[in-house]
Ligand binder design. Structure first.
Ligand code: X2X
Length: 337
């Protein structure tokens, strides 16, 4: 009798599991720009790992770094995901901002003075509104992670004042906002993908770049001539876990819940890794890069203010383009953080 009951239950389980399993793909591809051990790659790997574990392998996700699913052109990632060429991504707001203009908000120069300000945006009404906009674009956003505060480096000389940027050839990525910011500072910006950035820095085709400290150290930029690094915290780069809408809708409600919770857990882990050695009393990430022979410049509040002043026009201009209501909301969330 007992055996019969068990067999019956097993049969039932098989029947209920079948439709979902049959609909699922062999593998879901997650696009990222950088792999582990960059905090970004770690966050994406963690997502895949947690989903694999929690669905008993029903949903298999694999990370494809280097924006390889879009031939290295990271600013095409969002469109590819929307169209279903890419199933899912852990993507940078910078790389998606050419298609979703509101995502430029995180690249407004000197909007977010500290980590609490980033959190006030991603975890508050601004984050909600941005997720709503992404949903309107046939993409399902689930959670946030972090690339980090983007610091400026170059091969020529230390940067302490806007004047020091004059004439420097800078590699930038994303929307024209980055061109505008560096042009306002007197530099000579060139848009290029991450895949092209390292060769351009190596040959001296460009003098400098801006990226989070973790990207600087893991990519060993000190070895390609980037000897001067200024900690100006001018913008920070949150990451978003998202899926193509049809892929999302193909999952059972139970699996949707698992995929979403796994993204939140992986995001929290990724943020912790991204901020390691950069918060509170722990300045070890900065000390490590200085120990590699890089001249690290920490600006005084007055020195930093000169960069803020030089980019106010760009801020005002892009506040209009992004949407004044959204930016006002961001300013309010930051003031009340
Ligand atoms: O290309 C960059 O600079 C990077 C890796 O930080 C992004 O994808 C935004």
């Amino acid at each position: 009798m007992r055996i019969l009951k068990l067999a019956l239950l097993a049969g039932l389980a098989a029947v209920t599991a079948l439709p979902a399993a049959a609909e699922y793909k062999e593998e879901y591809k997650i696009s990222t720009v950088v792999p582990a051990p960059f905090p970004w790659g770690i966050a994406a790997e963690k997502w895949a790992e947690l989903v694999g574990e929690r669905t008993d392998g029903r949903i298999k996700m694999k990370v494809y770094p280097g924006a390889q699913l879009v031939s290295g052109d990271q600013t095409k990632e969002f469109t590819a995901m929307r169209r279903g060429v890419i199933d899912m991504a852990v993507g940078s707001t910078i790389n998606w901002s050419p298609q979703v203009k509101e995502l430029n908000i995180f690249s407004l120069p000197f909007l977010m003075p500290d980590y609490a300000a980033i959190d006030a945006l991603t975890q508050g009404p601004v984050g909600e509104q941005l997720f709503e906009i992404l949903r309107d674009n046939e993409v399902v956003p689930l959670a946030w992670a972090e690339n980090g505060y983007r610091e400026v480096s170059n091969s020529k000389h230390p940067i302490r004042t806007p004047d020091d940027l004059k004439g420097l050839k800078m590699r930038v990525v994303g929307s024209p906002l980055f061109n505008d910011t560096f042009t306002a500072l007197g530099a000579n910006p060139t848009q290029m993908s991450w895949a092209d950035a390292k060769p351009a820095l190596t040959t001296g085709a460009v003098d400098g770049q801006e990226n989070p400290l973790s990207v600087f150290t893991i990519a060993k930029m000190q070895d390609i001539g980037q000897k001067n690094l200024t900690m100006w915290h001018y913008v920070a780069d949150p990451l978003i876990f998202a899926l193509n809408k049809d892929v999302w809708e193909s999952f059972t409600p139970e699996d949707q819940e698992i995929v979403m919770q796994a993204a939140k857990d992986a995001g929290a882990h990724g943020i912790e890794v991204a901020r390691k050695g950069l918060t509170g009393d722990d300045n070890s990430a900065v000390e490590e890069v200085a120990a590699l022979g890089v001249e690290v410049i920490e600006l005084t509040p007055e020195e930093r203010q000169a960069f803020v002043d030089a980019t106010r026009g760009v801020y005002a201009d892009w506040k209009e383009k992004i949407g004044p209501d959204l930016v006002n909301q961001a300013e309010e969330s930051i003031a009340n953080r």
